[in-house]
Design a protein around this ligand. Structure first.
Ligand SMILES: [Zn+2]
Ligand SMILES: [Zn+2]
Ligand SMILES: [Zn+2]
Length: 145
């Protein structure tokens, strides 16, 4: 890992009042370097030797609370995690983008440029959070045909 990258992750942790630990930096690095969201089972296989499940769970939960990452439950019911855009902060996520779940490779993508449209609710219904998952075939799987 490059020093400059490590510095970036350390700054992010400090900025959010989290201690700089090797495990946290490792998780940040994995999540940052993928072009799709990272599933929890995948994370567990990659870091499983160094980070136990409970620690990993706590790291993900803390990151989510701080507005560093957001969780996406895919069509299989698996939790996936992706780095948030700069608009998120502690206890306030602003990830109003569509998620795409590929039915071939099962990856989940954050489509940052595809915004969730404003939904008009019936009287008395107040929106808390909107999740929109689109399924289909992703760019990678499409081009390999
Ligand atoms: Zn967020
Ligand atoms: Zn795919
Ligand atoms: Zn996302």
């Amino acid at each position: 890992m490059e020093n400059l990258q490590v510095k970036k992750y350390e700054d992010l942790l400090v900025h959010n009042g989290l201690k700089r630990t090797g495990a946290r930096i490792q998780v940040l690095e994995i999540l940052s370097n993928r072009n799709s969201a990272t599933s929890q089972p995948y994370l567990e296989t990659v870091v499983g030797k160094e980070i136990d499940r409970v620690t990993l769970y706590r790291i993900l939960k803390a990151f989510e609370e701080k507005g560093i990452i957001h969780k996406v439950i895919d069509n299989q019911g698996t939790a996936n995690y992706a780095i948030c855009s700069g608009a998120c902060s502690a206890h306030h996520h602003d990830d109003g983008h569509v998620h795409f779940n590929c039915s071939t490779c099962l990856r989940v993508y954050c489509l940052d440029e595809v915004k969730i449209p404003t939904l008009k609710m019936p009287k008395g219904f107040e929106i808390g959070q909107v999740n929109l998952i689109v399924s289909g075939i992703c760019q990678d799987c499409n081009s390999s045909n």
